[in-house]
Every structure is written in C-alpha cells, then in structure tokens.
Design a protein around this ligand. Structure first.
Ligand SMILES: Cc1ncc(COP(=O)(O)O)c(C=O)c1O
Length: 378
C-alpha cells in the first residue's frame, strides 16, 4: 500500500502523448504544408498514404475512408450485401462490427469464439453456414492477432461461395506466417482511431481490396457514388479521409516498427510475468506475430471486480475489451437473426481484463503493474 514516503505512481491504461523526438516538429511542418495548399479533404497525402499502405501490406488496392466502421460498411456494400442478407460475425468483437451489418440493411448471425485463440470459431462457423446460410462472414482479427485457423476459414468461405470480410481494425502490423494479414484477404478493413497501433489525429480508416474493380466500387461508394463531379452512378455517402489524418498516418508509418517493438516488448513481459504468477493470459496462436495492441488477461468473472478495485486504488488503468457479447446487447433487437453458441464469448467478456499497454510504455511501468498483479495473485 502507498505510504507518505511512497506515493501512488499511476500508470495510465493508454498514453498517446509519448511522441518520438522530432515527431511534433515534423507534424507541424506537414500541417503548415496542408494548410498552405488547403488540401483538407483526401488529396495528395491520401494518395501517398494509400500507395504506402498497399506496398507495406501487399494488398493490391487500398482506399482510405472516414473510419473503421465506414470501412466495414463500404466493404459490405461493395460486395453487394444488403437487405435480405445475413452476415455471420463473432460474438466477441466491438459493436461496430454488428452495426456495420445492420447499417447496410442486412441481419446478423453471431457465432461463438474459440476458447484457445479467442477468435471466430471455425467449427461453429461451419454450423452457422449450414443452419443460417449467410451470404457473408466478417472474420474479426481481435486483440492484435487473429485466428489460428484463418486459412481454413478463408477456404471454407471460398468453397461455400460466401464473401469473407476481414475486420482488421485492431491488427495493423501483425503478421500471419510472415505476411501482413491484409495481403490475402478478399477484402479487409482497418480502423485508424487514434488509440490503434497505427492511429490518426482523428477518425480514419481504410478498405484493403483483393482487386482493383472492388476498390473502385469502394472508392465510389465513399464519395457519393461519383462517376464524375456531379455524376452519381451509385447511392453512397461521404466517407472521404481527411488530408490531415492521411498526412499524420503517413508520418506515423515512419515510426511504426519502433512503436510495435515497444508494445510487443511490454506484451511479452506481461505474458511471462503473469504466467509465473499463475494468472491466465491470452497467448498468440502459432503462425501469428502480434502487434502488441492489447494485453488480455483472463479471470474468473467472479474475481475480476477485485482486480479492478485494486488496480483503481493503485492508480493503474485497465480496460475490459469487451465487457459484453454482441448477442447480449440490448441494441440487438430484431437485427439478430440467429446465434450459434455463445458461452465462450460470454465467459470471455465477463472475465477479460486488459493491463496498460501502449507505445513506449516503460519497463518500470510494466513492473509496477506486475507488482499489483503479484499482490492480487498471492
Ligand atoms: C474490431 C473493430 N471493428 C471496427 C471498429 C470500428 O472502427 P472505428 O472506431 O474507426 O469506426 C473498431 C474500433 O475500435 C474495432 O475495434
């Protein structure tokens, strides 16, 4: 317990202000440049970002957009998903995955997650395909890694003629078998919300497409269905990325490797430290390299409030990503067409606790968090 001689030394759950030396000066220069040329909406920084993302990920075509939720909606709309369709999603994800399906006019089938990798369960998906015949599946790569069975899920969807959208909001920079996860997806999406591993200075997102035609439809949908300035071939909406966000992301890419390395160092130290204490912590499945987005400790739901209370008292931030399964949200209403399983997702949501993890968190901060864990585990 803290004494007057040892006051509380808080550790935030997330700190986005640990900028690299020189970063803010470079950013100020970029801002001045964009302002001088009034390149506020999309423009050359967006083009540069899209080209850079395509090169970095190996995705054939990349389209920037306003946020990760829009990216999902753009992907679904471009694939022709709409009223009358069902879309299968994992029961443990962020609500945006659910919302995107509903916002394009389709209905949701939730599928339980696998107790090992905590991602969409392959076998339950098979059951969902047989039972509900969805026209699309959203595979969410949650927590900074993804499914150990990603290849099998891709093959399953391809064999069944079902579209597979990969929600990669949280996994930018992680790899599967040495390649960016976005490279081989039919269509994948990213969120650049500031707290993400690659975060913008506001809301932003991108759709990564396996072919140029799909990318063209995505681009049109996100720009009022334009075929010319006042010619509209489709009913879309405005989901253009801002020039500032694109430039900020472009600048952040210069530092991404260091940021990911610092996150992964902390993630590994937590994993090793917690394992030694007998605390269950989610492991990265074979074949995956994580990006250090989140630490995921797994508690008995009965014990979690005690951990939360002790961490709060010690000034240590924490997250509960996510505290409730999709199929249990009051907002589901008639939008939920079916649920296959759900017990694993429910237990996960009630027991998950995320320890502080962000770029350039120090060893000392991680040690302080592990000290609290040691007191709780003993
Ligand atoms: C899994 C997942 N999907 C979709 C989104 C939506 O992204 P955005 O907040 O950029 O709209 C998020 C954002 O947190 C997410 O974590």
């Amino acid at each position: 317990m803290p004494t007057p001689e040892s006051p509380i030394q808080p550790v935030p759950f997330i700190d986005l202000q640990r900028f690299e030396d020189g970063f803010l000066d470079r950013w100020a220069e970029r801002c001045a440049e964009i302002s001088a040329h009034t390149q506020f909406v999309a423009g050359p920084s967006a083009t540069r970002l899209e080209e850079r993302l395509a090169k970095l990920t190996g995705a054939p075509s990349v389209v920037g957009c306003a946020n990760g939720t829009d990216a999902l909606q753009l992907a679904l709309r471009a694939l022709g998903i709409g009223p009358g369709d069902l879309v299968a999603i994992p029961d443990a994800t962020f609500w945006a995955t659910f919302e995107a399906v509903v916002n394009v006019g389709a209905r949701v089938v939730t599928v339980d997650v696998d107790s090992d990798d905590l991602q969409l369960d392959h076998d339950q998906l098979l059951e969902a395909l047989d039972r509900h015949r969805p026209t699309a599946v959203i595979l969410v790569h949650l927590y900074g890694w993804g499914s150990a069975r990603v290849r099998e899920i891709r093959t399953l969807c391809r064999d069944r003629g079902v579209h597979l959208v990969e929600d990669g909001a949280q996994c930018f920079g992680s790899t599967f078998e040495g390649h960016s996860i976005y490279a081989e997806a039919e269509v994948a999406t990213v969120s650049f919300y500031p707290a993400k591993v690659l975060g913008a200075c506001g809301d932003a997102g991108a759709v990564l497409c396996s072919d140029a035609e799909l990318a063209e439809t995505v681009r049109r949908l996100g720009n009022h269905g334009r075929t010319s300035h006042y010619g509209h071939g489709l009913v879309g909406w405005n989901s253009r990325i801002s020039g500032f966000d694109a430039a900020y992301l472009d600048l952040c890419l210069d530092y991404l490797d260091e940021r990911i390395a610092s996150r992964c160092r902390a993630a590994t130290r937590y994993r090793e430290g917690l394992r030694d204490l007998g605390v269950r912590v989610a492991e990265v499945p074979a074949g995956w390299e994580e990006n250090g987005y989140l630490n995921v400790t797994l508690h008995d739901p009965v014990d979690r409030p005690l951990w939360q209370a002790r961490m709060k008292a010690a000034g240590v931030g924490y997250g509960t990503v996510y505290p409730g399964a999709m199929s249990k949200q009051p907002g589901c209403g008639q939008h939920l067409a079916g649920a296959v399983g759900g017990e694993i997702a429910d237990t996960l949501c009630r027991g998950v606790l995320n320890l502080p993890l962000f770029a350039y968190i120090t060893d000392d901060e991680v040690d302080r968090v592990l000290d609290i864990a040691r007191q709780l585990a003993s």
